[in-house]
Each structure stands twice: as structure tokens, then as C-alpha cells.
Design a protein around this ligand. Structure first.
Ligand code: GLY
Length: 346
């Protein structure tokens, strides 16, 4: 009996040592042959995916992967659209929105939270430690501090300078794809706020969805929202169903761009429901974009919105209003790749 137990133990260790695309065999077999994959919005998704793969590649849970992944842009002071260094509201206050959702339909969210560098982790705590889904403003900050998060100044000198520049005219005009125009190159390369065109500003978001070796989906979405927004403005990113939705039977979706229009169509939920009806991820994203165009045709010409989706089979796709939206995709088979989203307005 003892020797049989030892044999089983040895066999299990042997199996754990073997790997499929770097995934421990035990985790890979739980996933019934599914291969992990992570996709996330914009060029800065490359660096975020790399961090997420640090979890997925070891057979870790998609939930842990997306949290680790979006920590990268949240902490990147050069990224002026997410977390630390994000552009403030018109009162000079950096207010952040984030949400997270797991394979069991659990979800957590924070909106208009100040002084916390990793709002995604506060959102996860809301999900795991409270009976609620969403905490906002001072309540979210109080909860974060009670749970060990550190209060920090998130307004960098560069963001403050940009805000003071903006105040001179106080223009409030989103510009399409400014996220990538500011971003010089790929991965960890820095934004350069001095290169912002004119006095026009926009914002954006990292949305990340992942499938793990156990075949489970999770997602995370985090942003500093629209630059120089009205104080108290909340976009789509912390709203479950708008900025992010995960249904572990079907797929997961996330959104980027002008949140007001995404909220109007409950965009990410819509994309997942379309995948339930048999649409491919790209076709589902396209249909959601068409819904926005139909509702607000004039507005759609002036703003950017992109949807990104991943289904249970690991197929992914995106669609956006205007050229310029990209997403990063990482699997165990190749390096992170940047994929251009197809678009409606030629
Ligand atoms: N999509 C981010 C926002 O509108 O705040």
C-alpha cells in the first residue's frame, strides 16, 4: 500500500513536471485541452499581457492573471489614461474606475475612487469580502484603507501640467485614438504628453479578458476615465455589463472608448449575448458597434469605441468605430502580438 501511494505520488510529480506550452500538465488536463489565452485593449496591453501570462503560463487562474496584468498600466506613471499618472478631472482630482469578474459570475467594482494606485485590487476585495458589487467615491476609499491599501498621491507633475494647460481653454473635445497617438511605440515605452495634438483630449482604458488552462474565463477593466471629466463622472469601465462582462459558459467581453455610448447599449453584455446566439467574437463586437452607430450616428463619427471579445473556445476578435484601435493577444505559442481592430468608418 505504501509503495503504491509512493508510486502515485511520484507519478503525480512527474505529470506536474511535464508541461504543455509551459502549462503544468495537471492544469492542462483540467482544461480539457483548452489552451490559455489573454487579450487586452491597446498597445499598452502588450506589457500587461506579459504580466498576466506570468500567472496563466504556470497554470494559474484567469482571475489572478487579469488582476496581475492590469496592475502594469495602473502603476505606469507614463500611462495617462489608467491608474497612477492618469489625467485628473477638471478639478485636478485623479478619480479611478475599475471592475473585475470571475468564472462564477462574482463581480466587484469601484468608481470614482481617489488615492489608490490599484483600484482593480480594491474591486476584487469588494467582490470577495462584501455582500455588494460596487463601492463609490469616499466609501470605496474608506473600504480600501480598511483593507490595507495605502493612500497615495496619484497626480504626477506631468499630469498636473497637462491639466493646467487644459484649464487655459477648458476645451472638452474627445479625439479619436489619442491613446495610441500618445503612446510612443509598444510595450513599456512611455507616453509623451507634450506631443498631445492641440488642446484636445481623450481618455482610455485597459480591458483584459483571459481563459485559463482549466477552461475558465475572467476579466478586468480599469481606467482613470475621460481626461478632465466633470468631478463625479463615471464611465462604462466599472459598470458590469458595460465595460466588462464574463459568462463562463459563453465568453467574455470588454470595451474601450467613450463610456457614455457603451453604457447606452450595455455593450459588453450585448457582445456576450450575441456570442451566445452563435456570433463569432468579431461579429459580436461588430454588431455592438453597429448598435451604437444606429442609436447616435452623428456622435459615432466623432468618437472612438472598441469592443474586444474572447469565447470559451479561445477564439478572439474586436471591432471599433474608427481605424486605430489595437489589441494585444498572448498565448503560449508565440510572443505577444498586436492585432488591429476592424472598423466601421472607412
Ligand atoms: N471607457 C472609459 C471611460 O469612458 O471612462
Amino acid at each position: 500500500m505504501k509503495s503504491r501511494r509512493n508510486f502515485l505520488k511520484t507519478a503525480a510529480l512527474g505529470a506536474a513536471a511535464l508541461s504543455l506550452d509551459g502549462i503544468p500538465a495537471a492544469a492542462a488536463s483540467r482544461g480539457k485541452g483548452r489552451k490559455p489565452i489573454v487579450v487586452s485593449t491597446w498597445d499598452f496591453g502588450i506589457a500587461a499581457n506579459r504580466a498576466a501570462w506570468g500567472v496563466l503560463g504556470k497554470g494559474g487562474r484567469a482571475l489572478d492573471a487579469v488582476e496581475a496584468g492590469v496592475h502594469v498600466p495602473e502603476a505606469d506613471e507614463k500611462n495617462v489614461t489608467v491608474g497612477y499618472g492618469g489625467y485628473p478631472d477638471r478639478d485636478g482630482r485623479v478619480t479611478l474606475d475599475a471592475c473585475i469578474m470571475d468564472e462564477f459570475g462574482n463581480c466587484g467594482s469601484v468608481a470614482a475612487i481617489e488615492h489608490i494606485k490599484h483600484p482593480i485590487s480594491v474591486a476584487r476585495k469588494v467582490m470577495e469580502k462584501t455582500p455588494h458589487v460596487m463601492l463609490v467615491g469616499d466609501g470605496a476609499l474608506q473600504f480600501a484603507l480598511e483593507n490595507g491599501f495605502r493612500k497615495e498621491n496619484l497626480l504626477t507633475p506631468e499630469s498636473e501640467k497637462a491639466w493646467k494647460e487644459w484649464l487655459k481653454k477648458a476645451e472638452y473635445k474627445p479625439v479619436i485614438n489619442i491613446e495610441n497617438q500618445q503612446y510612443e511605440g509598444k510595450g513599456t515605452t512611455a507616453f509623451n504628453p507634450l506631443r498631445l495634438p492641440g488642446n484636445a483630449w481623450n481618455h482610455d482604458t485597459i480591458g483584459m479578458v483571459a481563459l485559463d488552462a482549466a477552461g475558465n474565463l475572467s476579466g478586468a477593466c480599469t481606467t482613470s476615465g475621460m481626461a478632465f471629466k466633470m468631478h463625479g463622472r463615471v464611465g462604462d469601465s466599472p459598470i458590469i455589463g458595460a465595460g466588462l462582462y464574463v459568462d463562463n459558459e459563453i465568453g467574455a467581453a470588454t470595451a474601450t472608448g467613450v463610456g457614455e455610448e457603451v453604457i447606452r447599449v450595455v455593450g459588453s453584455f450585448l457582445v456576450v449575448e450575441l456570442m451566445r446566439q452563435g456570433y463569432s467574437p468579431e461579429a459580436a463586437c461588430k454588431e455592438a458597434v453597429l448598435r451604437i452607430v444606429k442609436k447616435k450616428p452623428a456622435k459615432a463619427k466623432e468618437i472612438q469605441i472598441g469592443f474586444l471579445a474572447l469565447n470559451k473556445k479561445g477564439e478572439h476578435g474586436a471591432y471599433c468605430l474608427h481605424p486605430g484601435f489595437s489589441y494585444a493577444c498572448t498565448t503560449g505559442e508565440k510572443e505577444e502580438v498586436l492585432i488591429k481592430g476592424k472598423y466601421y468608418f472607412q
